[in-house]
Write a protein that binds this ligand. Structure first.
Ligand code: AHR
Length: 684
C-alpha cells in the first residue's frame, strides 16, 4: 500500500507525530493527510496480511498449529547440593570460613577444616573478623606459627572437601588463596594434595610476604588417583599470617570457564538442548525469611566479594555459582535464561510453619520497595544494557561486554497469594512492564494444580495481564494419566502457562512414562503452554533433601534416571508446529498417547508415542498431511518394566536405544508395553 505525499519515508506514515514532522519539514500542504481512521485501517490491513501469511503456512501442514518455540527447558535449583558440592566445580568445602551454627547447629567457621601441626611444631589458630578480604566475607583464619620443629615441620590446616576430593593422576588442579602477613617476617607456605595416609600426591610452595591481602596461586598435578584427597596448607616458617578464600578447581571445567562448572554434569544438561533454564530456584529464590532471599546483586563480581548465606535447603551457599555463571552457562548451551526473582516476600513456610499451615510469609517493608524494584530493573540492565550503562558496565567488567539477551523474568515462586504479595507483585510487575515492555514477565500460581493460591494467583495474573503464569505440581503417576487433558480446556485468550515444576513421585520407569504421556499433551497444547520444566534436576548421593530428581551424582559418578531420558527425548525433538490427526491410537485408551510435531528449520516430522500400559498397542500413523517423506527415518525407544530404575550400581538398566526405521506414508506401529518411542522423519 502506498500513500503519496512529500517526504515519504516508511516511518512517515507509521504514526501521527511523524506525520506532523513531515508536514513541518515540507512546509507545504501534503497531498494526502492520513486521518486517524485511515491509520486504524492501515494497521488493520497489516495485521490481516500477517495473519493470512500465518494461515498460509499452517495450510502447508493441514491440521498444524503453531506452538511455543520455547516449550521444553530445564529448571535448576540449588537443592540436594546441586550447586556447591555439585555442578559448581569448587572442590573445597567452606573455602571462606563462613559456615555458621545458624545454618546447622554443629557448623562453625572451621567446619570441614582440621588444624594440623607436623613434627613437634606448634602454634595457634583463631577465627577473626576485624580486617577481612571484603566486608561481605567477614571471617578469616589467623595462623600464629610459634615454633617450627624441623625442615619437615609446619602448622596449618587441612580441608576434606565435600566428603573427600576426587583427583586424577596427571591432571591439573588450580589452587588459590588470599593471605596477609601479620608479623614482621614473610611466611613460607606449602600447599599439597594428600591421600588419606598423608602421602603427598602433589605440592607447591610460596612465600606470603605482603602485609595486605594478596591472592597466591599454584597448580597441583597429582601423581596418583584417589577419591579421598585432602588439601593441606602448611606454614613452614615461624610468623603470623591471615588466610581466607582458599580454593581448588579442576583445570578442566565446562568450556574451560574460570570459576566454572563440573564438566561431566554440565555436559548432561547441554545434551538435553533445553530451550531455557529457570534458576536459581524454587524455594531457594524467595528464601525462608527476609535474611536469605536470593538477591542477585550479592552473587556477581569477584567470588571473595559475594555474600554467602544459609541455603533454605539446610546447607551453605557460597554464591560461587552466581548470576554471571548462570547466564554464561545458558549462553554456552544455547538456552534462554529465566531468572526467578522473589516477589519481595519469603516462603509461606518460613520458620517451618508448613506444620501449622504456611503462615510464615514475610514481606519486605513498603519503604524498601522502591529500592527492591530498582534491583529488579537493574538486573535487566545488567543482562541487556549497553556497556555504557551502569549495570551493563559491570557485566562487561566480568568479561561479557555483549548483552545476554534476557527475554524472560520470573517474579515469585509458588507464593501464598496474600494482600502483601499482591501489592508487591503488582508494584514490581508494573515497573518492569513500564520500563521494559520487551521483557516477558512470568507470574506465579501457587504450589499445586488447584486450590486457593492457584486460583488467586491466576486471577491476579489475568487481572494485571501478566503474559505467563507459572504452575507447579508433584503428583503420583496416575494423576498425570488422568489429567492429560488439563490444558485442552485452557482459555487461549488469557495468560499462557509455564509449567515450571512438575514430576511424578518417583524415578521408576512408570513415573517417567506418565511424564512422557503428559508431555505429549503439553505439545498438543503448545499454543497455550509456553514452557515446561521437570523438577528438581540434581541430587547428590547422601546429601539429598528432595526426591524424585532427574540426575543422581557423587563426586565422580552419576546415573541418569528414566525421567532424564524422557526429558531428553522430548527436548531434543521439539518442533514449532503441532500436527493433529497423524497419530491414531484407534481407541479411547488413556494409557496411550502420541503427538506429532513439525520442525520447520530442519523440515523434520517428529512422532512421539507413549504406552504406559503393560500390553503392546497398535498405533496407526497417517503422514498424508505432509508432502514427500524420506522413508529412512530414525527411531529412539525407551522401554522397560514399570518398576525398573537405574542406580549407582546399575546405571544402564533403562536406556534409550536408537536405530534406523523404515517409514511409510501410512503405517501401523506396534508400540511395546511400557515404552516411549520417538521417530524422526525427514521431508527434505
Ligand atoms: O523442586 C523442589 C521445590 O518444590 C521447589 O523449590 C519449590 O518451588 C517446590 O515446592
Amino acid at each position: 500500500m502506498i500513500i503519496k505525499g512529500k517526504y515519504q519515508t516508511p516511518n512517515a506514515y507509521m504514526n501521527c507525530s511523524n506525520m506532523k514532522k513531515v508536514q513541518e519539514i515540507s512546509n507545504s500542504k501534503p497531498l494526502l493527510i492520513v486521518s486517524k481512521k485511515m491509520m486504524v485501517a492501515i494497521v488493520g490491513l497489516f495485521i490481516f496480511f500477517i495473519a493470512q501469511s500465518q494461515t498460509a503456512k499452517e495450510k502447508m501442514i493441514p491440521g498444524g498449529k503453531k506452538i511455543s518455540p520455547d516449550l521444553f527447558g530445564l529448571f535448576f535449583e540449588d537443592i540436594n547440593y546441586a550447586a556447591d558440592g555439585g555442578l559448581y566445580a569448587e572442590m573445597l568445602q567452606n573455602r571462606s570460613f563462613e559456615y555458621s551454627p545458624t545454618e546447622r547447629k554443629e557448623w562453625h567457621p572451621l567446619s570441614f577444616w582440621e588444624y594440623i601441626t607436623t613434627g613437634y611444631s606448634y602454634g595457634k589458630i583463631s577465627v577473626q573478623t576485624n580486617n577481612p578480604v571484603h566486608p561481605n566475607n567477614p571471617h578469616y583464619i589467623v595462623l600464629d606459627i610459634e615454633h617450627i620443629y624441623d625442615k619437615e615441620g609446619g602448622v596449618g590446616i587441612k580441608n576434606f572437601g565435600f566428603d573427600g576430593m576426587v583427583v586424577k593422576a596427571g591432571e591439573r588442579y588450580n589452587f588459590s588463596m588470599f593471605a596477609a602477613r601479620l608479623g614482621t617476617k614473610p611466611v613460607s607456605l606449602t600447599v599439597s594434595l594428600q591421600n588419606t595416609k598423608g602421602k603427598v600426591l602433589a605440592a607447591d610452595s610460596f612465600s606470603a610476604s605482603s602485609g595486605n591481602w594478596q591472592k597466591y596461586t599454584a597448580t597441583l598435578t597429582p601423581n596418583e588417583n584417589t577419591d579421598s584427597a585432602t588439601l593441606v596448607v602448611l606454614a613452614t616458617t615461624e610468623g603470623k599470617i591471615a588466610v581466607d578464600v582458599i580454593s581448588l578447581f579442576p583445570d578442566k571445567t565446562f568450556k574451560n570457564r574460570s570459576n566454572g562448572l563440573r564438566p561431566d554434569l554440565a555436559q548432561l544438561l547441554a545434551d538435553i538442548h533445553p530451550k531455557f533454564i529457570r534458576f536459581p530456584g524454587g524455594c531457594l529464590s524467595h528464601g525462608d525469611g527476609l535474611g536469605n532471599m536470593y538477591r542477585w546483586k550479592n552473587t556477581i563480581g569477584p567470588v571473595e566479594q559475594r555474600v554467602e548465606q544459609r541455603n533454605i535447603w539446610g546447607y551453605h551457599q557460597t554464591a560461587g555459582l552466581g548470576y554471571f555463571e548462570y547466564f554464561q552457562f545458558c549462553e554456552d548451551i544455547g538456552a534462554k535464561p529465566l531468572p526467578v526473582l522473589p516477589a519481595a516476600v519469603s516462603c509461606q513456610n518460613s520458620g517451618g510453619t508448613w506444620r501449622i499451615g504456611g503462615t510464615g510469609q514475610r514481606a519486605l517493608p513498603l519503604e524498601e520497595m522502591q529500592d527492591y524494584i530498582q534491583e529488579v530493573l537493574d538486573l535487566i540492565e545488567w543482562a541487556n544494557g549497553p556497556v555504557t550503562s551502569a549495570w551493563g558496565a559491570k557485566r562487561a567488567e566480568a568479561g561479557h561486554p555483549a548483552p545476554f539477551n534476557l527475554e524472560y523474568v520470573g517474579i515469585g515462586n509458588e507464593d501464598k497469594i496474600t494482600p502483601e504479595f499482591e501489592q508487591r507483585f503488582t508494584m514490581i510487575y508494573e515497573a518492569v512492564k513500564a520500563k521494559h515492555p520487551e521483557i516477558t514477565v512470568v507470574g506465579t500460581a501457587g504450589p499445586a494444580p488447584d486450590g486457593e493460591d492457584f486460583s488467586k494467583g491466576w486471577d491476579l495474573v489475568n487481572n494485571l495481564h501478566v503474559p505467563v503464569a507459572d504452575e507447579h505440581y508433584y503428583k503420583p503417576p496416575q494423576w498425570f494419566v488422568s489429567n492429560q487433558y488439563r490444558y485442552d480446556g485452557y482459555n487461549r485468550r488469557k495468560a499462557q502457562v509455564y509449567l515450571g515444576e512438575y514430576a511424578s513421585w518417583g524415578n521408576k520407569m512408570q513415573n517417567a512414562l506418565s511424564e512422557a504421556l503428559y508431555m505429549t499433551a503439553l505439545e498438543r497444547n503448545g499454543d497455550v503452554v509456553r514452557m515446561a520444566s521437570y523438577a528438581p534436576l540434581f541430587a547428590k548421593k547422601n546429601f539429598t533433601q528432595w526426591k524424585p530428581d532427574m540426575i543422581f551424582f557423587d563426586n565422580s559418578h552419576y546415573f541418569l534416571t528414566p525421567n532424564y531420558y524422557v526429558q531428553k527425548m522430548f527436548t531434543t525433538n521439539q518442533g514449532d508446529y503441532y500436527v493433529g490427526k497423524v497419530i491414531n491410537n484407534n481407541s479411547s485408551d488413556s494409557l496411550v498417547a502420541g503427538s506429532c510435531v513439525f520442525e520447520s528449520k530442519s523440515g523434520d516430522i517428529v512422532l512421539k508415542m507413549v504406552n504406559t500400559g503393560t500390553t503392546q498397542k497398535i498405533i496407526k500413523i497417517n503422514l498424508s498431511a505432509f508432502g514427500k517423506i524420506n522413508p529412512d527415518a530414525i527411531k529412539t525407544e525407551l522401554s522397560g518394566s514399570a518398576d525398573a530404575a537405574n542406580s549407582f550400581e546399575n546405571t544402564t538398566a533403562i536406556m534409550p536405544v536408537t536405530a534406523a526405521f523404515k517409514a511409510g506414508k501410512n503405517f501401523d506401529y506396534s508400540l511395546p508395553p511400557t515404552s516411549v518411542t520417538v521417530i524422526r522423519i525427514k521431508t527434505k
